[in-house]
Design a protein around this ligand. Structure first.
Ligand code: AQP
Length: 342
């Protein structure tokens, strides 16, 4: 079966999600949310999820988890996800995710999981002390995607390996059960911000759960904080070069140029052309102003939405109902294929 053949039988459908594991960062916004909004339209059915079951693979305080779940939902809405056009929901309200996740735990191989770099990075030297859920995370992520027969998944670069694993799980399931039931989903990883880096170390990605708040821009940071974080962002003494080649060995400088490009919807080449020869004293304030201009309307709308959590909960409940309507028959058919008596 060719990939084209496998894709063409499925409705073009986008699924993606974000973990409510802390305050959202500029990395989540540029690498994921902004692109979720761009994919909303006539070409795809779109499902956007707050993946709360993934968040609890590491310890979450229950009250903070509830707040973070609503914050992710508010960030989707404030950035332009329309709950009428897209299905917006939280994972734990659609129990089929966990059920299909179990089936995929029985399809995925331990050797595949052992190759997942995100587990290695997160577990570090303490792999033995991590939850079994953190280790099995990629097979639940495969279930999130395949439960809707999603054909496309917009993600940041860090999630590429997990989407590839999703394809491996779909292919093995299809092969073992002699079916073409699951699509081979395409990861959509594009644009200058597919990997936004840490402001203090340009070789590490910007994360919600990174150690210091100064290494990331949070979507809810105010203008002064954003300006301060960019001002203190690590750079080097050199001015900006006139071509991108000149940034090859300068990860921190490259990161700031990429962030500027993503925020202004330009290519990094165009940014370098505009700022060739500029020093950081010129570039950093321009970047901070741009970030504030783009983030301030979103964060003030998020604050407004967060003042009415009951309304967010209503939107998530309604989205969950719509998600279940797609998920339930796909899970039922999976059970039948596997031979489980219903
Ligand atoms: N730095 C980033 N650059 C580009 N994209 C990013 N994403 C995350 N960080 C960056 C994308 O955001 C989506 C949601 O990610 P997630 O919250 O589900 O998990 P994550 O990738 O593990 O994000 P964090 O911020 O690093 O969370 P923690 O610290 O809690 O583990 C994904 O599409 C991701 O690629």
């Amino acid at each position: 079966m060719t990939e084209a053949a496998s894709q063409s039988q499925f409705t073009p459908r986008v699924f993606s999600g974000i973990k409510p594991s802390g305050g959202l960062t500029l990395g989540n916004y540029l690498g994921a949310i902004k692109r979720f909004v761009e994919m909303q339209g006539p070409d795809f059915e779109t499902l956007y999820c707050v993946v709360d079951l993934h968040a609890i693979t590491v310890w979450q305080d229950p009250a903070e988890l509830r707040t973070a779940t609503r914050e992710v939902a508010a960030s989707y809405l404030a950035s332009g996800i329309d709950p009428e056009k897209s299905i917006l929901f939280n994972q734990s309200q659609v129990s089929q995710h966990a059920e299909l996740g179990w089936i995929f735990n029985c399809v995925a191989r331990v050797g595949w999981m052992n190759r997942m770099t995100q587990f290695k990075e997160k577990a570090g030297k303490n792999a033995e002390k991590q939850s079994l859920g953190l280790y099995a995370y990629p097979s639940l992520m495969a279930a999130d995607i395949l439960l809707y027969h999603a054909t496309h998944v917009p993600v940041g670069e860090d999630q590429k390996q997990h989407v590839e694993l999703t394809r491996d799980i779909a292919a093995k399931f299809n092969h073992d059960y002699k079916t073409e039931f699951f699509p081979l989903t395409t990861p959509v990883i594009e644009g200058p911000a597919m990997r936004v880096m840490n402001l203090r170390d340009g070789t590490k990605k910007m994360s919600k759960s990174g150690e210091s708040d100064m290494e990331r821009i949070n979507m809810l940071d105010d203008a002064d904080t954003i300006a301060k974080k960019f001002r203190k962002a690590r750079t080097d003494p050199e001015a900006l070069p006139d071509t991108l080649d000149g940034l090859k060995e300068r990860p921190e400088a490259r990161n700031l140029v990429d962030i500027y490009a993503a925020l202004s919807d330009q290519s990094p080449e165009a940014v370098i052309t505009e700022y060739a020869g500029a020093g950081w004293g010129q570039f950093k304030p321009a970047l901070a102003d741009l970030a504030v201009e783009k983030l301030a309307p979103i964060s003030s709308e998020m604050q407004r939405l967060l003042d009415d959590p009951a309304e967010i909960d209503r939107i998530l409940a309604r989205g969950s109902e719509r998600a279940r309507a797609i998920a339930a028959p796909i899970l039922e058919r999976t059970y039948e294929i596997v031979g489980l008596v219903r």
